[in-house]
Design a binder for this molecule. Sequence first.
Ligand code: ATP
Length: 680
Amino acid sequence: MFSWKKKFNLSGSEKTADSKTENKQKPPKLTSNKSSDNANSIDEHRKKSIQPSSQTVVPVTSSAGISKNIETNTSSNSAKQDNTLANNEDAINNTYDNPNDISMAGLSINSSNNQNTSSPADPTSNAQQSGSSGILTLKIYSGDGFALPFPLVYNPQLLTRLLNSSANKQPSNKLEELNSLMENLRLNNQLEDPHSIPGHIATKFVPSTITLPGSKNLNPLIYFTVEFDNTAATIQPESGTMDHPVFNKISTFDVTRKLKHLRIDVFCRIPSILISQSLINNAGNNETLQKVINNQDVHLLTFDLPLNLEDYTFNSVRLFNHKWVQLGENGCRLNITVDYKPSVNKKLTIDDFELLKVIGKGSFGKVMQVKKKDTQKIYALKALRKAYIVNNSEIVHTLAERTVLARIDCPFIVPLKFSFQSKEKLYLVLALINGGELFYHLQREGRFSLSRSRFYTAELLVALESLHAMNIVYRDLKPENILLDYQGHIALCDFGLCKLDMKKDDKTATFCGTPEYLAPELLVGHGYTRVVDWWTLGVLLYEMLTGLPPYYDNDVPKMYKKILQDPLRFPDGFDEDAKDLLIKLLNRDPAKRLGANGSSEIKKHPFFSQLSWKRLVLKGYIPPYKPSVEGNLDTSNFDSEFTSERPVDSVVNDFLSESVQKQFGGWTYVGNEQLDSTQG
Ligand SMILES: Nc1ncnc2c1ncn2[C@@H]1O[C@H](COP(=O)(O)OP(=O)(O)OP(=O)(O)O)[C@@H](O)[C@H]1O
């Protein structure tokens, strides 16, 4: 019987005993009922990444040989990486603080790269690298013209209760007005169902927030999210009707990339008691009604509010002044004010953040949910202990992670907002992605449907494509490194195994990745190109569709043998297009693998024929699954083992020499600019 494991680092050469204890294996977040139905028993371990070792693996001949190679690798890793570090020191000192050309530790990404590689389908084209940061303030007063795409139950008794339960009492004649309107519609034969109020009429009478029978809390029936650079705020009404909600809310966003839009998504949250029984009985495959029946939020519309921030580097500006903004063609509008205030690139410290919860642990430190004190925005803060990084010869990779995160601008990659450092630690402030790891959802559900797997694969393809466009190979795709945002879109995280400066046919031989996901050419140790990422995409798609990676075995050496030799097997009834795509992605010959000539050949595969890539890149598809997320403060999708811990930035007293400290210069990031290394 297979056991499905969370995938972890196998070789521990880069970890001290201390860091290992910090890098606890996570217990399952849920004991999975569904999984027990599954033929595969699911156990709670993560898949471990093998950290880069500069020594390549000798071609595999026998399972005993394989495990020996890995051990050899592990023990020789440190020495070799120290060497790499020494070689890189000069490069670091010479290059890393040029603000226009971020070259650190021998890794170089020119900022112009980003623009040169943009293509119409390239999400990087949304960025303006003009080089200043600021604060965007959005005031939302009220909305108008919101309608529901389905009717609500016509039950005067229930409606009376709801009208009386709203935040501000509705006028007493509201129900009489509704009754006479319904009577008129009935007389004119305009009522499809006498027990239901048409959606566009219902919203004029139903309050925007109600107290449900049996509950004491006010529930919004309509709300929206505002999202800028993957940081979202939920805006709930305080009064008014669904058709005319009153918000009176302010939300601020840190601007470190001058994106051209602020995204607004409107949702409704209709309790199923507001739907007539006949509608429930006839819901069939109607996705919207199925969502309502299952108490899920329904997405009503998306609107991109255009912003022109690039013109304002020094002066504050009011971009919209109490303006009614039409949200597309459907007559809905919002009354808003938008201000932008450029800020001086101020050096941040940990004191600029309130620490809220621990949400995860990595090899070199922990990840916390934090609130930035000035804008009140919630972020994920990854704190890394410098001494661990140095002791484990991970400076190059840590700087690479920071560089990739700062440069990349893809909707499906978790964006870096800021980075700063103290004498002992490095800090990364990232958009908080709180829908849970894909691993967590896959673990709960056993496998995903075809359309859901297709959606995640497509968004990941775009993420990998944008990395490749910047000559970065990712090397560690797996469900553990993929987060879902509050809407259910993909956000790729953990860039510790990325390799920079990998042009199309460039080869590297570093042995790293995660056993279940290793490409055959990496295993045999003859060097590999960025095409390894397309192999891992195939493994991931297979794992999502079946519940296990294709060549899975509890015994790692056996698994390596299978990766190199076994035929690819599919369960009965497997979708033909998915099968064909997998056969092509999991081609053992990297030169013949789909993607060897660029991502576009994967995008053209019939598996994706129904998909518009343009729309997908704009996050234009509603995700097939919306995680349960109640705003930015919600940490319910994180392991309680972490969230129950007291959030502290532990005091450490590590001494690092001046020359070692110097290697972390250029770490600081407050927008598109780096601060001087003397400032950190
Ligand atoms: N931006 C984020 N939003 C929400 N959670 C995050 C974010 N970044 C990381 N996490 C959580 O913190 C955990 C650890 O983060 P991450 O994987 O980046 O650390 P790491 O040190 O690189 O880990 P590893 O040792 O596995 O390489 C992740 O598994 C994830 O659950």
